[in-house]
Design a protein around this ligand. Structure first.
Ligand SMILES: Cc1ncc(COP(=O)(O)O)c(C=O)c1O
Length: 402
């Protein structure tokens, strides 16, 4: 036993490890011990990185492209990202307005460090992606959770926003399509955010990491298109993790006003230095090459979404909003809270996820991890076969509760 003379800094008391990674680790350990685990907890596509992208990574190694790079990322990658956004969305960003980071998550970390500090409040629509509150807390600022009602399909509204704004509010984080709900914010919601941000001088962070996975006929509305004047106050987060099945390569990018990107570069220069040189070359191949791959993934997710939704909606007392994007469903399972199995009461989403893992060998993520305890998140980036088996096990597990 360590003497524990040295102690973690007091700020660590506010921070918990990522709950999604924790569930994934437990499920993997059970699987390694021989259990027939169905894993619906993962936040990544069930596809391999495309071959041409892997080849570019291998070529980078063979060519000795293995040294430090420029802090904000290699110029050709930043230029390619600017070109991709111009071509796909019509947005004008220069290489100086782009930072490449070690995954989208670290881009967000750099942003929060560059923008927020003690006394600042940052609005976080809830259910939220697990890392937003800790990243804001690590910057010394205060996350303010803004509950989005399920009845309103987890959309934002001017009224909800107004009731949370104070003279300390400095920013808001948007995530559309959302992890965990799959919700896509409406034009009205985005117009309300833009209006509030312009009137109050707020930063808008738009986390667009799932923007290639949208199931509606129309592309997801974007705040920059809804209100172009927001550009001066807008930071856009994206990356290749979800769009090119590159979660392990750790490449994300931020687009924003040059002076904020410069501040983020200072932080990056004193922390990670730069994203991996090899991964940057691979990302360059992803961004400049054929854009068929994200479309192919989306096409394959759609029938799985439709199937899991129809199964969940067929279960008594479960409600589930149809996700318009990403690869998650977020059913409300609170009608089962208070019920028991073999004398063990299910008190909330954490107990429900534990019950499903231990009794039915299926890994899910409790809604509590996303700030919404009534729900449980299932990723449908899993084979159709395992989704079918999972829904069967879910029905059996719920039928055993009384
Ligand atoms: C909403 C959201 N934003 C950002 C990220 C970060 O992605 P990465 O750091 O893997 O690029 C994730 C990953 O799960 C996410 O779900």
């Amino acid at each position: 036993m360590d003497s524990q003379v040295i102690k973690p800094a007091s700020r660590m008391q506010q921070i918990k490890p990522s709950p999604t990674l924790a569930v994934n680790a437990k499920a993997k350990a059970m699987k390694a011990a021989g259990a027939d685990i169905l894993n619906f907890s993962v936040g990544e596509p069930d596809f391999d990185t495309p071959a041409h992208v892997c080849e570019a990574g291998k070529a980078a190694i063979d060519e000795g492209f293995t040294r430090y790079t420029a802090v904000p990322g290699i110029p050709e990658l930043r230029e390619a990202i600017a070109m991709r956004f111009k071509e796909d969305k019509g947005w004008d960003y220069s290489a100086e307005q782009i930072q490449v980071s070690c995954g989208g998550k670290h881009g967000l970390y750099n942003m929060a460090q560059a923008l927020f500090g003690p006394g600042d409040e940052v609005l976080i629509p809830t259910p939220y992606w697990v890392s937003y509150p800790p990243i804001i807390l690590l910057a010394g600022a205060t996350p303010v959770l803004v509950d989005l009602p399920e009845e309103n399909r987890f959309d934002l509204s001017a009224d909800i926003l107004k009731s949370h704004i104070t003279d300390k509010t400095r920013g808001i984080i948007l995530n559309s399509p959302s992890n965990p709900t799959g919700a896509v914010f409406s034009k009205n919601a985005l117009a309300a955010v833009a209006d509030m941000a312009l009137k109050n001088g707020l930063v808008v962070i738009s986390d667009d990491i799932y923007d290639t996975i949208v199931y509606t006929d129309e592309p997801a509305p974007h705040i920059l298109n809804v209100e172009p004047r927001i550009k001066e106050q807008l930071l856009i987060l994206n990356g290749v993790s979800k769009s090119f099945a590159m979660t392990g390569w750790r490449i994300g990018y931020t687009l924003g006003p040059q002076h904020i990107i410069a501040a983020m570069n200072k932080i990056q220069s004193q922390s990670t230095s730069n994203a991996s040189s090899i991964a940057q070359k691979a990302a360059l191949a992803a961004v400049t090459g054929s854009q068929e791959f994200p479309l192919k993934m989306k096409k394959s997710f759609l029938p799985r979404r439709d199937f899991i939704i129809s199964e969940l909606r067929g279960i008594e007392n479960i409600s589930c909003v149809v996700p318009d994007g990403a690869f998650y469903v977020f059913p409300n399972m609170s009608a089962y809270f208070g019920k028991s199995f073999k004398g063990n009461k299910i008190n909330g989403s954490v107990d429900m996820s534990a019950y499903l893992l231990e009794e039915s060998f299926m890994a899910t993520v409790p809604g509590a991890a996303f700030g919404s305890d009534e729900f449980v998140r299932f990723s449908f980036a899993a084979s159709m076969e395992s989704i079918k088996e999972g829904m069967k096990r879910l029905k059996e597990a719920l039928a055993k509760l009384n």
